[in-house]
Design a binder for this molecule. Structure first.
Ligand code: CA
Length: 227
């Protein structure tokens, strides 16, 4: 995890650098806004911790410049206590979170982890493996760029398998997760549903389908190149 800290107050910078390193982050530090903006623009950081009041370019201007240039690097702002306007403006400009001074470095670390978890969850709104793509918000499924109509159940089944490509799921696991209630385990509704999905994407043959049968166990989503 590579972090950029842009902060001019030496005391704060020292304890943040030390604390982040202690928690396993790599940290680069800039003590002014102009260098900070240049470094932040490089795109090599996983997260940017940005003070607002800085010599040279101020934090909000840096943030505005980054977002205007298309940067999506997560930014956590360090704000003075009671500077509500700064926080609101920062969030409106595209900050992902903020922390008021003074703060404990443990809180900064916890905020960074929470922010990254949130962002990775959002990014996973679209699952894509090989030629199959699934949008969890619009609930649209595309195969080789063509939209395929799936029922809710079919969608949920694909999503369940696709979240862990290569992992084998038993019929019972699939039943519990996709159908929500206990079925007679001898039922073949899972197999029937998978056959329907394969037909819809024009791949009735198991050898070509992204959903592979694992004899005697259940099914898995093939681990394909590309993701
Ligand atoms: Ca400052």
């Amino acid at each position: 995890m590579k972090t950029l800290l842009i902060e001019d107050e030496k005391k704060i910078a020292d304890f943040v650098c030390a604390g982040l390193k202690e928690h396993g982050f790599a940290v680069d530090h800039c003590d002014n806004g102009n260098d900070g903006y240049d470094k932040a623009s490089s795109g090599i950081y996983d997260v940017i911790v940005l003070d607002i009041m800085l010599p040279g370019r101020d934090g909000l201007s840096i943030l505005k410049g980054l977002r205007k240039a298309g940067s999506t690097t997560p930014v956590i702002l360090l704000t003075a206590r009671n500077e509500l306007d700064d926080r609101i403006e920062g969030l409106n400009l595209g900050a992902d979170d903020y922390l008021s001074k003074p703060f404990f470095v443990e809180e900064l670390v916890a905020r960074i982890h929470a922010m990254l978890r949130r962002i990775s969850g959002e990014r996973q709104n679209v699952l894509a493996v090989g030629d199959l793509r699934l949008d969890r918000i619009s609930r649209e499924v595309t195969w080789k760029g063509q939209t395929v109509d799936m029922t809710g159940r079919e969608f949920n089944l694909i999503e369940y398998l696709m979240r862990s490509p290569g992992r084998v799921f038993t019929r019972t696991q699939i039943l519990e997760h996709v159908w929500d209630y206990d079925f007679d385990p001898s039922t073949n509704i899972v197999d029937v549903c998978i056959q329907r999905i394969r037909k819809k994407i024009g791949l009735a043959n198991d050898g070509e389908s992204p959903i592979e049968s694992v004899r005697g166990i259940g099914y898995r989503f093939r681990k394909l190149g590309g993701s």
